[in-house]
Design a protein around this ligand. Structure first.
Ligand SMILES: Nc1ncnc2c1ncn2[C@@H]1O[C@H](COP(=O)(O)OP(=O)(O)O)[C@@H](O)[C@H]1O
Ligand SMILES: [Mg+2]
Length: 282
């Protein structure tokens, strides 16, 4: 990553990102605190609920550079910092973006999927930069000190399937401020779909209502993320019916879907005769 100017990597804000008022105030306080010393923030929530977007938005709104690192794929401690490579029979050390990021004042450092590194020891060197003295020693690069104003934001997927088995190490969690992000209330999520995909407000609300029924289904709840309701709304924006869009986006049975649509008094919009199956050459 030599020559890459990280200080210029300020993300552009996303136009239609909604957050609870008190979360916005909280993020402003984190920004404020980081003027005294580097800060660690942990954002937990279900997949597709807006964690990554929140991190990007925090950087954008405060004109901070940002760099993202996948922690979930790390298998050894030094891997974030660089690696030894071979060129024309000679080995050399290739420094990665991470050392540069921690030395960039005000940088927002997004640590993705911090709950599931491939190897437990992979977090050891990261631990040093998150700890109070904010410095880490590497044989290749010497002593690295975290720059002023740096904010580390770790995100972790806290779906039902992870609880109990993939909990974050207590000592690591102890070093973070936390926030738990949930899905948006129905009318706000519908508004997001409308604004981002251009579908009308009635369809948007139907998509969200159906999604919420699936999320709350007592027998077998299905995770329908905001990412996914957006995908469904996009299909509708190019002509799909609500029913088609759900069937083509989720592995949900038609029976379950139809009973939900019926319970919401939604016209199924079935056209044609018989079983409605029509074929033509493609
Ligand atoms: N609160 C929200 N307001 C607007 N869009 C949202 C919100 N939450 C999620 N989205 C949209 O859903 C998609 C997935 O969000 P993302 O941040 O990648 O989720 P996560 O990192 O939690 O898996 C993005 O396109 C994002 O813009
Ligand atoms: Mg994400």
């Amino acid at each position: 990553m030599a020559g890459f100017d990280l200080s210029a990597a300020v993300p552009t804000p996303e136009e239609h990102f909604f957050l609870e008022e008190r979360e916005i105030v909280y993020l402003e306080r984190i920004h404020e605190l980081s003027k005294r010393h580097p800060v660690n923030l942990l954002v937990a929530g279900k997949q597709g609920c807006g964690k990554s977007t929140l991190v990007r938005q925090f950087a954008a709104r405060n004109s901070r550079p940002m760099a993202t690192f996948q922690i979930g794929i790390l298998s050894e401690p030094g891997q974030l910092f660089g690696e030894h490579r071979l060129k024309e029979g000679e080995t050399y050390y290739q420094k990665f973006l991470f050392p540069q990021a921690i030395q960039t004042p005000g940088c927002v450092i997004h640590l993705e999927e911090i709950n599931r590194p491939e190897h437990p020891k992979a977090l050891n060197m990261l631990f040093s930069v998150l700890a109070e003295d904010r410095r880490v020693w590497t044989d290749e690069l010497g002593l690295l000190q975290v720059a002023e104003g740096v904010v580390f934001v770790a995100t972790l997927n806290e779906g039902d399937e992870f609880i109990g088995t993939e909990m974050l190490d207590a000592a690591l969690r102890d070093r973070f401020y936390v926030t738990l992000l949930g899905y948006l209330p129905a009318e706000i999520e519908a508004r997001v779909l409308e604004l981002k995909t251009g579908i009308d407000s009635a369809d948007a609300l139907t998509v969200v209502n159906v999604a919420n029924q699936l999320r709350g289904n007592a027998q077998e709840p299905i995770t329908v993320s905001t990412r996914h309701t957006l995908m469904i709304a996009e299909l509708i924006s190019v002509g799909a019916s609500v029913k088609e869009a759900f069937i083509n986006s989720l592995s949900v049975s038609k029976d379950v879907l139809e009973s939900i649509l019926l319970s919401l008094h939604i016209q199924l919009g079935q056209t044609g005769k018989g079983n409605g199956l029509r074929y033509r050459s493609y």
